[in-house]
Structures are given as C-alpha cells and as structure tokens.
Design a protein around this ligand. Structure first.
Ligand code: GLN
Ligand code: ZN
Length: 752
C-alpha cells in the first residue's frame, strides 16, 4: 500500500528558513548561504519522510516565500509593473513578494489560502500576460531528490485552482489565458514525467464553490494534462472539504488517482468509492494536516480495512488529509509540555510515521504494540481530568436564549449611555499603543527571571500612565490602556484560561518568513480568575474620561488556536464565550463602562462552501452575543474587525448588536462602506481613517475627506473616529503625529 504526505512544512523545526531569509534580506548572508540552508532543509525533510517509511517524498513543496508565487513564476505570470530581468533570479523573486523599495513598486497582494491561516501571493493576470515556462525550480528540486536516492512525487497547484484564485487586472477575465497557461503546465508535466511515476496536482477548489467556467473546462483540461504526463500518472488532490457536486469532474478527469480529505470530508467516502473508476487509485487523507492531535487509529482502521478489501491494497493509498504545512514540524522538540498532554499530540514528523503505521495496521492480522499504544493515548485523552470539567459542561447546558440578548434595543441603550457625555464624532483608538523596544526588553527580562513580577508590573503601570496621559493631552474622548502587558491578543488570554496549553516550538508558517505559534485548546475552557480587571481599573483611576476595556472575542480565540477535535467548534466557542462573559461582567462591576471585544478573525472562520456559511455565522454571532449581553444598558459594548469582505457578512455584523464597531477601511478609501448602501447598519460605527499598516502619517485634510465620505453612508450621529487597527506595530513618533491629526479632523467635522 502506498503512503505519502501532500506536502511537508518547509520552515524547519527550529525555523531555520525564517532565520536564513531574514538574515539574507538584511544583507547579512550571501545567496549561496541561503541556498545551502534551503537545500539542507529539503534534504532533511525528504529524509524524514523516507525514514518514516513513506513510499514517496514530496517535491516542489519547498518555497522561499510561497508555493503559489512559485507557480506564478514557473508559469511566467509576472505583473507588468515589475520588469523582468534577463535571468529570473532570487532577487527578482523577492521583489514580487516584498515589493521593490528602490523603485517604489508595491508587492503583489496576499490573501488567505482557503480558510487556513496560510497566506498566498495572489497571481495577477492581465491581457498582456504572456505565460511561458520561466522557472525550472520544481524540476530541479525533483532531480535533486532523485540524485539523493529518494522517490519523488512533485506537487503542483493545479491549473483550475490557480486560475480560480487569480486576479484579473482591470476587469480582465483570467480564463481567457487558460489555453496558454495549460500549454505551460503541459511542458512542466512532460518534463517532470521523465523522473517520476506520480505527479500531484492540488485542486482544493473542487471542494469549494466552483465557477461555471471552471466546471465547463475541467475535464477537457485534465485530458490534456494526462496526455502530457505520458506513462506517468497524475494524482488529483482535493482537500479541506468534500467533493460533493464536483465529484463527477474528479472521477471523469482521467487521472491515475484521486486524493480525498477524510478528516474534513469524511462523509464523502461512500459515494466517492461507488463512482471511482477502476483506472483510478484512491488516496485516503486520514491523518489531519491541519491539527496537532494523534490520529485515532481504531476509528480510521475501522473504515480503511473494508476499503482495502474492496479496492485491494494496490488501489488504496494512505496519506495526510492535506499538506502538513499547516501543522508544526516536530513534537520531539517540546520539552515543557505536560507529558500527559504531549502523549496526545502529533506534529508533521510524527504524522509521517502515523501514516505508514496505519498502512501497516490495515493489513496486519493481529493487534500490534503500535496500535495498543495509540489506543492508550486516545483513551487517556478521552478520560483525562485535564480535558473534562463537569462545571463547564453544565454551564454550557444551562445557556438559555435570554443570555444572548441585551435587555434593551440599541435605541434604548443609546439613551442610557448618554451619561458618558461623548461629543459628536467621538475619537478613540483600537487598543494597543506602540510596543516599544523597552516593553519587549522588560517582557523578556521578566520571562528570564531577570526582573521580579513586581518590578515588571511597576514598569507596565508606568507605561499605562504614559499612554493615558498622552491620550488626555491629545484630547481623545474614549481612552485605552495601551495593552503593554500583551504580547499577543490571543495568547494573553489563553495563558490565563483553563483548557489551554502552549508549545515552545509549535511554529506554523503564516506568510513568507512569518510564523505563528497558535495556542492549543485541549480541554474544557473556563476562566479561573479575572484576566484584565486589575489593569483596566488601574488605568481608569488615572483619568476622568471613560476608559475602554479590551478583550479578545471567542471566535477570534477559536480561529487563532489549534482546537480540540473531540467537540464541535461551535461547542468550544460557547465555552470560550462563557469565559469572556465572566470577564465582561467583572469589568462592568469594576466600573469599566465601555468594553471592546475584538473579533478580528470573524470572517476567517468562514466555511469554504456557501451552503455552510449561514450556520457558521449564526453560532459565531451567538457566541459574541453570549459573551457581551451580560452587561446593563448603560454599559457600551464595542467590537473591532480587521479587513474582511463586509458585503457578505454585514447582516451578521449587525446581528452582533454591539453598540459600536470599528473597522479597517482607510486603505480602501471607505469603499467598503458600499456594503452599507443597501443595508443600513443600525448601530454606531468607526470606519478607520488611518492606515496603520504603513508608517505614513495621514494629514488632517485626508482624514476629514474620509470622514466626509463616511458621512454620506452613515448618519453623523452614529459615526466614530478611529484608526484602522491597533497601533502596536507603529512607533511613537508616527503615533503622536497621526493621532493629533485625527483629533483635529474630528474637531473640524464637529464644526461644520
Ligand atoms: N485590540 C487589538 C489591538 O489594538 C486589536 C488587534 C487586531 O484587531 N488585530 O492591537
Ligand atoms: Zn484590526
């Protein structure tokens, strides 16, 4: 039985690639040194796959920035604003991803890879784009694997997914380039077929809502690609969901194999098997590529065995559900996890072993030690006191609909909140102030034990004083404490909640050299003690102006964590909401009368398929309401959201029923407020007027213009004035200048 993974993380167990890239970008190492690190990583990762007993090693999954960008380069699809050098080298490549500062050419756009936390570089196609085989990177890397004695299976993003995710410039229809793009794919595949038996083409778009253009062309295109492959075979890889309505395309593709995701699309197995032609092998994606839990062998074997009997072991492969790029590299580097919890986990390296072990178990006659150990681990997790908290489970059962509603409507609440005495166009910020070197230095010193808890707290208090004074001097209306105690808006809360744990090296690539280390939600979540009340009360004592308490919302905590897989996400989110609700109530009791609950990630959690979106939005909105509705009418609830497709979710945003929402909008010049034309947002809103992603200080006039524009969408009584997002990545100089201008802009608006 063949075994494989759909891709292996490239960053390295110790983030070697990140370090090498950043050193190179700073000009502190040569390209040869960077290339050497890359080659070492590739070789090590192939070695790991081979040692685990997998039949193939994946090639082409290595990238210096992003594999979709690599595909664009391979296809010669480079935006016209970059001039193509004679030889397309690494310098030219990085300019696409990071922009060309010297010539002031902006980088290509980045967006999320389906509903993961991985960001890819969006291909740009215009009428003048001339596809051609521009880079032989994947061919070279595949040859490299062969030279080392590995059996490679190259991985390419398939053309239908590639074009579906591309952006047509100036309204250009990207599908017009289809034939030319396919010609290049054919060249590439023909070349690869010389060295490999199997070529994997990733078409996750088949598990999403496929456009009719893509549907119509699919079978015809794959016929061409299969011809190009000659005697090699194409493995059509689908993942993140079930194939559903697109199954016919997959089974009629003429490919040698079909990979399906049996973690996120378990229900498709029967109908896929029923329709799978005899000429196709089935690759069963049974080991979760997007989470960190050990696979439940017993559960998987229960369906793999009958499947193997039906298809025969030559037609069944075992694999990861999707690429392992979405999980951390190696669990064996985790020395600080509780041993009990560590025994429940598997990272990429461990998942490779799981895959070959599972293949062995399917055909084994008796129960092996491996299977027994797996059963023990699964049982230990199910029964652990660390996981199960009867009080939390009771509280969730006791949630009643009234808990999801504020006592009055917004209009009534507005009256009760008049005591806050806010002016027209009230000014505020999103929460964080610059995270200075000094803050980071002190945080590190505290972690290392170089300064005491008390010393650290004193330092934070001074920071808060400074931030509060500054806002008072500027004349902002609703103040914040600046979040100096928070390193990360999810981690900070996770560290204080029961049911969470943290890894030391559980890094996952987010984009380019940037990695994140998501917290792990392993058990029932509760809040043993207040998390922010002391800081907020301290800050409120420093000023007569209202101080806004800052919390991270349940959906955002969920989206940015590795979540337990033994409960639905909806259930876990309810537990998180109850924990935040406890905090909200305590803040109100402590005299904090404006509370902001950030839901920066609300639209990230959106399911891939349209048909599932309403039910997600329903429980996500309910979780927010559950966490906020506990307060009285005179307490003002704010929320904040980073950029998202507001059109699609505007109704749900309104249903959150926050008194005030702040959103990112300055970069789009308030265009995003278009969604408010057809739908009147009923409560207050602060469309950001300062693009905090750039170091540029916006002028007063500019912000006045933006606000005037906003007035044409939203009645001025309901408008707030604030930046796009938190200021933690900005420095003080820009912050002072920009906020000054912002306050000035608000004054001008009040006077017209
Ligand atoms: N309150 C957070 C901050 O100001 C919000 C960050 C975010 O939306 N990503 O940093
Ligand atoms: Zn934001």
């Amino acid at each position: 039985m063949n075994t494989h993974v759909l891709g292996f993380p490239r960053i390295g167990a110790k983030r070697e690639l990140k370090r090498a890239l950043e050193t190179y970008w700073k000009g502190r190492c040569t390209e040869a040194e960077l290339q050497q690190t890359a080659a070492d990583l590739r070789k090590r990762h192939w070695q790991l796959q081979k040692e685990a007993g997998l039949s193939f090693v994946s090639t082409g999954d290595f990238s210096f920035y992003d594999q979709i960008l690599d595909m664009s380069v391979a296809l010669g699809i480079i935006p016209a604003r970059f001039d193509l050098p004679e030889i397309f080298d690494l310098e030219a490549y990085f300019k696409l991803a990071r922009g060309d500062a010297q010539k002031n050419i902006p980088a290509m756009e980045m967006t999320k890879w389906f509903n993961t936390n991985y960001h890819f570089i969006v291909p740009e196609i215009s009428s003048t784009t001339k596809p051609c085989l521009l880079s032989s990177k994947i061919i070279d890397e595949t040859k490299e694997a062969v030279e080392f004695g590995f059996t490679p299976k190259p991985v390419l993003v398939g053309p239908i997914t590639y074009l579906s995710l591309s952006k047509g410039i100036d309204g250009y229809d990207v599908w017009e380039k289809l034939d030319e793009v396919i010609d290049v794919y054919m060249q590439l595949i023909a070349e690869l077929s010389k060295t490999c038996e199997w070529i994997q083409l990733d078409e996750p778009i088949l598990c999403a809502d496929l456009s009719s253009q893509a549907r119509d062309k699919f079978v015809e295109i794959y016929k061409k690609l299969n011809t190009a492959a000659g005697s090699s075979k194409i493995l059509l890889a689908t993942y993140f969901e079930s194939l559903d309505d697109n199954l016919d395309l997959a089974v009629n593709s003429g490919c040698g194999g079909l990979h399906i995701d049996l973690v996120r699309g378990r229900e498709q197995l029967d109908y896929v098997v029923e329709q799978l032609p005899e000429t196709m092998i089935l690759s069963a994606g049974v080991v979760d590529g997007r989470n960190i839990w050990k696979t439940d062998f017993t559960k998987v074997i229960a369906f793999l065995k009958p499947l193997c009997d039906k298809l025969g072991d030559s037609r069944l492969w075992v694999g990861s559900s999707c690429s392992l790029i979405h999980c951390p590299v190696d669990l064996s580097n985790e020395n600080d996890l509780a041993p009990e919890i560590k025994n429940w986990l598997a990272f990429a390296v461990q998942k490779c072993s799981e895959i070959s072990q599972l293949a062995a178990e399917v055909t084994a006659v008796s129960e092996s030690d491996v299977l027994r150990a797996n059963k023990d681990a699964i049982l230990s997790r199910q029964q652990s006191e660390l996981v199960n908290d009867i009080h939390v489970q009771e509280s969730v059962k006791n949630i009643v609909p009234e808990m999801l509603n504020r006592s009055s409507s917004y209009v009534k609440r507005k009256e009760h909140q008049s005591w806050l005495q806010l002016p027209e166009f009230p000014t505020t910020t999103i929460g964080s102030f610059p995270q200075t070197k000094d803050i980071r230095k002190n945080r590190r010193a505290k972690l290392k034990g170089e300064i005491s808890e008390d010393e650290y707290n004193e330092f934070l208090k001074e920071e808060i004083q400074h931030v509060v004074r500054f806002q008072e001097e500027l004349g902002l209306d609703v103040l914040v404490h600046g979040e100096p105690e928070r390193n990360d808006m999810v981690e900070y809360f996770g560290q204080q909640l029961k049911g969470f744990c943290f890894t030391s090296n559980g890094w996952v690539q987010s984009y380019g050299s940037r990695c994140v280390k998501p917290p792990v939600i392993f058990g029932d979540v509760s809040r043993p003690e207040p998390m922010t009340v002391d800081w907020m009360s301290y800050a409120q004592l420093l000023t007569k102006k209202p101080l806004k308490g800052m919390l991270t919302g349940p959906v955002t905590i969920l989206c940015w964590s590795f979540v337990r897989d033994d409960l639905t996400r909806e259930e876990v989110c309810k537990q998180l909401a109850l924990a935040i609700r406890d905090e909200v109530l305590d803040l109100e009791k402590a005299g904090i009368n404006i509370i902001q609950i950030d839901e920066a990630a609300l639209s990230e959690g959106m399911p891939i398929k349209h048909r599932d979106r309403d039910s997600y939005l329903k429980w996500a909105v309910e979780a927010f309401r559950l966490s906020t509705s506990v307060v009285g009418d005179s307490t003002q609830i704010h929320t904040h959201m980073c950029y998202s497709e507001f059109n699609a979710i505007i109704r749900s945003i309104a249903e959150m029923d926050a008194d005030v929402i702040s959103i990112e909008s300055s970069r789009s010049r308030m265009e995003l407020l278009d969604s408010f034309r057809d739908f009147e947002y009923p409560n207050e809103i602060g469309p950001g007027v300062w693009d905090i992603h750039s170091p540029r200080v916006p002028t007063v006039d500019e912000m006045v213009d933006l606000l005037k524009k906003a007035c044409s969408y939203i009645p001025k009584e309901r408008l707030w004035v604030n930046p796009d997002c938190g200021l933690k990545t900005r420095d003080w100089e820009e912050t002072i200048a920009s906020l000054k201008n912002m306050v000035e802009a608000a004054k001008i608006l009040r006077s017209v």
